[in-house]
Ligand binder design. Structure first.
Ligand code: BGC
Length: 748
């Protein structure tokens, strides 16, 4: 392998221009893109840089040649350049308010997928939804949401992959790689710091550069390195006064400067406010009808009189084409063909099984015996399906939801405001598992009625739901519609009350001490009912671990009141009025997101990041650190119980050079038969140990302590290792400074 190529792999990111490589192959995506750009007419240079919505609503029509989906960018037939046919999103091919009738396989929510702590699962899920997109004629999936859960009230919590940059970045990268393995181009989104929906089109985030690099930006950086997404979708919000899609420091400085990202930046839908965003790093305008009078179609004309536009227009085309070729969407164009929904449902069910988290299990209340005689199932539309999250990521199976509750009767976005349930009723699945039992169902609307049913039963199972959607945040962390009172009353009537939560994110549990067992099933996707039943009755052993902290109260959060929540009227698109702004101060917690904030403040959460119980027990022993590049941690995990199960070994940095700290620096999910032991080995990314300062990463010399944790609040004995001082820069910055290849070396 040529030396330069080896170096590129070692640096784990894109390298400098192919022109420098010894002999660029004509198949090289950069070379192919450059050859095409050189043949494009002025008019053709304006084709790929803007797209339209392909949704027939609000007076719009589906453009000719497009497929009904989020967006469409026409191709250039003369040059053999295919059109881009775009669909949402990370959980499957979107249903778009029922405008698409064909149905798709819904993965469980992002919070469920992240609870698996299993990159292989995310990769398989990505390949499954990529395959469905391909079979429906799409070659772009608007997937890869890795915004961190800075606030559990964020309405898109269910789409994202938790509060920790290493977890979200590694899992997001795996999902993107899975999608792109099907030659469907994936985004990573929403770049960046788009961590609340309230005022989403005008809130202005403030955070110091080092803190951003160590938290939200690190999640993106890792997902990009691992997934190599063809595109980065820039976000609606402002960061330090500039909108995400005009944010020169982020797009040109960090993304394509420091990280040497070679793909293209596409806008979120309705996030472009001026044509000069092209000069600030935006390569492609999406869904331009939402941008009210602003269109990148004007760029070829601007290029005639302004050299800056002329240069950028070529670069924008180069980047878009380069990604199309790198992903291979031209070599393997999507062809509409039937989908094996049975096989894909199996993928979704496995994901649900790995993602469900057993939060509490007193006195072995779970699993339930298959000999149980009388079971009372209550609430949560458990007779009809499992809840799903709303907005652009909403997926539905063929013929749509089992139940759909309209939550807003009027306006063009009413179609999105539907609390929709996948047709996978837990009640049916429970009855199938215990055919000899009498299983009754009460809808839970009336507490007295539910209590009568619960009293007569050997076991009561209450299903409680919390609907979330893009565009709106949760006002607080309570379960809506009086469900807390329902659970408390049922638990008082029957001490064997099991609570199954189907929530997008964290909720408070005022009734927790009155119930022996709580299962967090999230939005469990196309086969969620089956997965829940399998775990309740011990056909499967729960192995999910929380990807974010469950607070005991909103007062423990960095911002006890969500910014804007008391002043801004909820609006799906969150459109701003001229001059309107909402400052959001992330310097409060800085890089100490979620569990790190709780540790810093000494706050005790309701359930900690990383928490999750099993029907078996595990021990992890023999932690040792092997200094080197990279630093490696090794240990042995053993299943000490009587059932097969999976443990997630979590490695935390607990003290850095004498300073107490708490950072997840590695994890590994291991399946173990009863009594079985398995070695685990975790290579620690140096960025998780270092701090970002003065434009680079800095690991100070000293003693560092690491410990294995069952969660962020249950860490074992620390093991110390001495580390040298290291300073290095991200690959692009190092290349500019002429220090490429010295990453990880001591250059003090
Ligand atoms: C969302 C994006 C989505 C896009 C296209 C926007 O409202 O923020 O995540 O990909 O719509 O549907």
């Amino acid at each position: 392998m040529p030396k330069r190529q080896l170096l590129c792999i070692a640096l784990a990111a894109a390298c400098a221009t192919p022109a420098l490589a010894a002999k660029p192959s004509p198949d090289d995506p950069d070379v192919r893109a450059a050859a095409l750009v050189s043949q494009m007419s002025d008019e053709e240079l304006g084709v790929l840089v803007h797209g339209r919505m392909a949704i027939p609503f609000m007076g719009l029509t589906v453009p000719e040649g497009a497929i009904l989906g989020a967006g469409y960018v026409p191709g250039i037939a003369r040059l053999g350049i295919p059109a881009l046919t775009e669909s949402d999103a990370s959980l499957g091919v979107a249903w778009i308010m029922g405008l698409r009738k064909d149905g798709a396989t819904a993965l469980p929510s992002g919070s469920a997928l992240a609870s698996s702590w299993d990159p292989d699962l995310l990769r398989a899920g990505g390949a499954m939804i990529g395959g469905e997109a391909h079979a429906k004629g799409f070659n772009v999936l608007l997937a890869g949401g890795v915004n961190l859960i800075r606030d559990p009230r964020n309405g898109r919590t269910f789409e994202y992959l938790g509060e920790d940059p290493w977890l979200a970045g590694t899992l997001g990268g795996a999902s993107i790689a899975g999608i792109q393995s099907t030659h469907v181009l994936s985004t990573v989104k929403h770049f960046a710091l788009n961590d609340q929906e309230t005022g989403r089109q005008f809130h202005d985030v403030h955070i110091g550069d080092p803190a951003a690099r160590e938290s939200d930006l690190l999640a993106f950086q890792l997902a990009i390195e691992r997934g190599q997404p063809g595109s980065v979708m820039c976000s609606y919000n402002k960061i330090h006064g500039a909108w995400g899609c005009e944010n020169d420091p982020l797009l040109n400085g960090v993304l394509r400067g420091d990280w040497a990202y070679k793909g293209f930046v596409m806008s979120d839908w309705g996030a472009v406010h001026a044509v000069d965003y092209a000069l600030k790093g935006l390569d492609q305008q999406s869904g331009e009808q939402l941008d009210r009078g602003v269109s990148f179609a004007a760029l070829p004309d601007l290029a005639k009189t302004d050299a800056r536009y002329a240069v950028r227009l070529r670069e924008m085309n180069q980047r878009i084409l380069r990604s199309m070729f790198a992903v291979g969407i031209d070599k393997d164009p999507p062809v509409i063909h039937p989908i094996d929904f049975k096989a894909n449902g199996d993928v979704a069910e496995k994901a649900a099984l790995e993602g469900i988290v057993l939060l509490q299990n007193k006195d072995g209340a779970l699993p339930l015996s298959l000999q149980t005689k009388r079971i009372s199932v209550i609430g949560g539309f458990a007779d009809s399906g499992v809840i799903s999250g709303g907005g652009s990521s909403q997926v539905q199976g063929e013929a749509g939801p089992g139940v759909s509750i309209p939550l807003s009767g009027a306006g063009p976005m009413a179609g999105f405001m539907q609390q929709a349930y996948h047709k996978s009723p837990p009640l049916t699945a429970i009855r199938a598992l215990v055919p000899g039992a009498e299983v009754t169902y009460r809808d839970g609307r009336y507490i007295a009625d539910a209590v009568v049913a619960a009293r007569k039963a050997d076991v009561a199972i209450v299903f409680a739901t919390q609907w979330m959607t893009e565009g709106l945040d949760q006002p607080d962390l309570s379960l809506p519609n009086g469900q807390d009172a329902l659970i408390a009353a049922v638990a008082a009537a029957n001490p064997r009350t099991i609570v199954v939560l189907e929530t997008g994110g964290a909720v408070l549990m005022p009734w927790l001490s009155a119930t022996p067992a709580v299962l967090e099933a999230w939005y469990p996707g196309a086969r969620g009912g089956e997965a829940i039943a399998a775990i309740l009755f011990g056909k499967a052993n729960p192995s999910g671990r929380l990807p974010f902290t469950f607070p005991a109260s909103e007062s423990q959060l960095p911002r006890p009141v969500l910014p804007g929540s008391t002043t801004i009227e909820a609006d799906f698109f969150g459109n701003s009025k001229p001059g309107e702004t909402l400052d959001v101060d992330y310097d409060v917690e800085g890089a100490d997101v979620g569990y790190r904030w709780f540790a810093r403040k000494g706050e005790k959460p309701l359930f900690a990041f990383g928490h999750g119980l099993s029907y078996t027990s595990f021990e992890t022993e023999g932690l040792r650190l092997k200094a080197g590049k990279p630093l490696v941690a090794e240990a042995t995990v053993r299943n000490t119980g009587a059932r097969a199960g999976a443990e997630v070994v979590q490695l935390y940095l607990v003290s850095a050079n004498g300073k107490p700290t708490l950072r997840l620096v590695g994890y590994q999910r291991v399946e173990l038969a009863p009594g079985e032991s398995h070695p685990v080995s975790v290579a620690i990314d140096p960025r998780l140990v270092a701090n970002y300062e003065d434009g680079g990463w800095h690991q100070s010399a000293g003693n560092y302590q690491f410990a294995i944790g069952r969660s962020a609040t249950h860490v074992g004995d620390a093991v110390e290792v001495k580390l040298p001082e290291l300073r290095w820069q991200d690959v692009g910055r190092a290349a500019r400074a002429g220090t490429e290849g010295k990453r990880g070396r001591n250059r003090k």
